[in-house]
Structures are given as structure tokens and as C-alpha cells.
Design a protein around this ligand. Structure first.
Ligand SMILES: [Zn+2]
Length: 388
């Protein structure tokens, strides 16, 4: 799709002369406006009010429509929600979610029930199965996908407000997103902490990696308690950052892009409903998801996705794999070449690093992880200080 330069110009003019008429989201009084908008949406959501025809933001409920909107001045803050589906093409197994086929192979651990392996209470009494599994599933190489680099491009274009990820594989960081760009809703393998309540010593990924492949159970050097990767196990609460970020992010959001998640896990999935009613939502996924059940619709909660009904006005589904979806969107945005070049360049750098490590006789898995770690901090990650 061609970006319509006239359109942009028109919008700029409109912005310039609407000051007197006080229309819509201008820079002047933006704070007040957004507060009003927030209150309106809050009321609309909680009371089922404001159900009069919402403003139509997209020209068409298609990828083209979304791309056109993204190229306009109205789309400054894009929030992305991503899940396991964006990492499958990188060969990362869906580490935690049930139904991935993982649970079928767990008999050997003699667990009371399969999910126990990812439960914090079980982990505290018997961490061995978790670490055995971690070793088995440890990716041989960490190579972000086209989709991850699309996120990076969004950031470089100044459009990415935040990426909320369910993934713990750290590929967003490897692709060049920084800590501030991310909410790792289910935690991350990037750092680990001693579980000792009064110790909580932090360890980097390289340390955890070594332990996983040498000792069976990583123990704290200070107090000998078990050290756990900072992933959120069942029975643990989500990082405080998840809740603090969403409060402000969803007041500023102009577009939500949901990729590679079936929106089954709460409270992550509930983010979809936190988006103001006039903000478009694009789903790039293998199948449609997040649609509101008839029961919810009956109660007047219009927060579920609506791609197809006659009332549909802002939700777009692009079905297929995330890499293809991102490339198609990049093409419409005029970013295709840039995205292809970025992927090529970054993948070549990762391959070169791996080859170099291999030549030095480091094991394949190890070299890959080191490549990743050297990469991530250079992308500007503030390594030491733990999140909340
Ligand atoms: Zn400790």
C-alpha cells in the first residue's frame, strides 16, 4: 500500500487549525484529554455505557487498513502482545503451557501430576525435575525470528510503546529490545535469583546456563539455597512491572498488535480488554482468538475481539504464521527491505559468533547462549538491577 502523503499533510493541517475548535487529541491539553478519554472508556467498560456508534479509525478492517493507519500521525504508540507463536519458528519449545506435548514426556520424573513441574510449591520441595527438563529443552541456538525483528523495527521507528511478552526465551532482548521496551509478563530466563527469602542474590544467565549443564541443581554461592530462573511459575504472581506499566500504557495506546498467542492465559489475555474502545486491534495468529463469548456480549462487555460481526469496527485478524504476517505488514508500510536486511545482518552476526565459539571448542549449546548474552547487554539492557 502506498503511504498517502496528501493524507498526512491534510491531517497536519487539521491538527493546526483545530486548536480553536478544540477537537480531539491535540497536543495542547493532551493530558486532560487523555484523562477524559480514560474516564469515558472506564465508564463505557464498567457500565456498558457509551455504546453509541464508536468512531471508526480504520478505513478498512484489513492489514492494508491497519498499515494506512500506522503511517498516519494518529498512530504514535503501538503496544504489542506476543506469545509462544512468535518463537516457534526459532525452534523454541513452548516451555510452560499445557497442551504443547511436553506433559506427555514427563512420566520419568515421577511427578504427582504433570503440572507440578511448573508449580512453585513443588519446585521448592523438589527442583530436580524442573532443571532436568530445562536442560533437555535448552535451545541450541537463540536466533530471533522475523517477527522479533519487526518489533525492533517498530522501536527504531519510534512507534513501539511497549511489548508485553509471555515468552521467557529472551529473544526480544536478543533482537535488540531493551528492558524498558519490555514487560516480561511471565518472567525471563535472563536473570535468576536465590529463593532464600533473606538472600535473593541475583545471578546472570551465563551462571545459570553453566549450572544447568553441569550441576543438576543450581545452589546459591552465598547461602546454598536453590537458585531459580526469574520465570513465573504457577502459584507465583506476575511481576509488579506488568501491573504498573499497563496502567499508563493503555491510556496512551493508539494501536494494539497481538501476535502468536491464543490468549488463553490470564491475566495476560485480559490486556486485550484494557484497550480504549476507539483503538484498533490487529491479531496476527494461526487462528482467530479473543472473540467475546455470547455471554459476555449479553452482559454488555464489548471488550472481546470482533472481527466479523456486522458491528465489527476496529478488530482485524490476519491468519497465518507470525513471520509471514510481519513481513506482509512491513511490506505495506514500506519497511520490507529494511526488515529483510535487519534479519540478514543480525542472523549473520549470530552465526559468526556461533562459528567462532565452535572453533574455540565450546559446545554448540553453550556457544549459542554466549552469543546471546554478549548480544543482549550491548543492546542496552541494564543488566544488574533486578526488576520489581
Ligand atoms: Zn542465597
Amino acid at each position: 500500500m502506498e503511504a498517502d502523503p496528501d493524507q498526512k499533510e491534510k491531517e497536519r493541517e487539521k491538527a493546526a487549525d483545530s486548536q480553536s475548535s478544540g477537537v480531539e487529541e491535540e497536543d495542547s491539553g493532551a493530558a486532560g484529554e487523555s484523562e477524559m478519554e480514560y474516564m469515558r472508556n472506564l465508564l463505557a467498560r464498567t457500565l456498558g455505557l457509551g455504546s453509541d456508534k464508536p468512531e471508526k479509525i480504520l478505513d478498512a478492517l484489513t492489514l492494508e487498513g491497519v498499515a494506512k493507519f500506522m503511517l498516519s500521525d494518529k498512530c504514535k504508540n503501538v503496544v504489542c502482545m506476543v506469545g509462544a507463536g512468535i518463537s516457534t519458528s526459532a525452534g523454541i519449545p513452548d516451555f510452560r503451557s499445557p497442551g504443547s506435548g511436553l506433559y506427555a514426556n514427563l512420566q520419568k520424573y515421577d511427578l504427582p501430576y504433570p503440572e507440578a513441574i511448573f508449580e512453585i510449591n513443588y519446585f521448592k520441595s523438589n527442583p530436580e525435575p524442573f532443571f532436568t527438563l530445562a536442560r533437555e529443552l535448552y535451545p541450541g541456538q537463540f536466533k530471533p525470528t522475523v517477527c522479533h525483528y519487526f518489533l525492533r523495527l517498530l522501536k527504531e521507528k519510534g512507534r513501539l510503546l511497549r511489548c508485553y511478552t509471555q515468552n521467557i526465551d529472551t529473544l526480544e532482548r536478543v533482537a535488540g529490545l531493551q528492558q524498558d521496551d519490555l514487560v516480561e509478563a511471565h518472567g525471563t530466563f535472563f536473570t535468576s535469583h536465590c529463593v532464600g527469602m533473606f538472600c535473593r542474590k541475583e545471578y546472570p544467565l551465563s551462571w545459570m546456563k553453566d549450572k544447568i549443564f553441569t550441576d543438576l541443581i543450581p545452589k546459591c554461592e552465598k547461602c546454598s539455597s536453590v537458585v531459580k530462573p526469574d520465570i513465573v511459575l504457577f502459584g507465583e504472581s506476575l511481576p509488579a512491572r506488568f501491573f504498573s506499566c499497563l496502567k499508563s500504557d493503555f491510556q496512551q495506546i493508539d494501536l494494539l498488535i497481538i501476535m502468536g498467542t491464543s490468549l488463553q492465559v490470564q491475566p495476560f489475555a485480559s490486556l486485550v480488554g484494557k484497550v480504549p474502545t476507539n483503538v484498533p486491534r490487529l491479531l496476527i495468529n494461526k487462528e482467530k482468538t479473543g472473540e467475546s463469548g455470547s455471554f459476555m456480549a449479553l452482559l454488555g462487555f464489548g471488550c472481546g475481539m470482533d472481527f466479523d460481526s456486522e458491528k465489527a469496527y476496529r478488530d482485524v485478524a490476519w491468519l497465518g504464521n507470525c513471520d509471514d504476517g510481519c513481513m506482509a505488514l512491513a511490506d505495506l508500510l514500506g519497511w520490507k527491505k529494511e526488515l529483510e536486511d535487519l534479519v540478514k545482518k543480525e542472523h549473520a552476526a549470530i552465526d559468526a559468533k556461533s562459528a567462532e565459539e565452535a572453533a574455540r571448542g565450546v559446545s554448540g549449546a553453550q556457544s549459542a547462549s554466549q552469543a546471546k548474552e554478549e548480544k543482549a547487554p550491548s543492546a542496552g539492557t541494564k543488566g544488574e538491577k533486578k526488576q520489581d
